[in-house]
Design a protein. Structure first.
Length: 121
């Protein structure tokens, strides 16, 4: 009997979490429409071979980043990715760098942003 109750509860929990999932496109649209634009860094500023544009939004006291990444270093075509719950200090350090500004935006993106890729499909 305990096993049956466990499987029923486990099944309901799985269904509930899947129902709450959102596509990455829907999440990006929601953040862009409902969130507050905070700031961005463009390709011109970053001088990156793979980062095209990185934009930060705030929503419900949390920070979200939408990054446009080039398909390859010679392409103007990009793909968007969304990153969730970025600590403000990570955004600041990505955007501004350290005092000596020795690292590139690409290096800082890997250090401060990429581990926060949203769990969307």
């Amino acid at each position: 009997m305990k096993k049956i109750v466990f499987f029923i509860l486990f099944g309901l929990a799985s269904f509930t979490s899947n129902a709450q999932d959102m596509s990455c496109t829907e999440l990006m649209e929601f953040i862009e429409d409902e969130g507050s634009y905070y700031s961005n860094v463009s390709n011109f500023t970053m001088n990156s071979s793979w980062l095209y544009k990185v934009t930060c939004y705030s929503y419900d006291y949390k920070y979200y980043v939408i990054a446009e990444i080039k398909e390859n270093e010679y392409s103007y075509s990009t793909k968007k990715y969304v990153f969730c719950n970025i600590p403000y200090s990570n955004w600041r350090d990505f955007k501004n760098g350290d005092i000596f500004n020795k690292s590139t935006h690409g290096e800082r993106f890997h250090k401060y942003i990429k581990d926060y890729l949203c769990n969307c499909y």
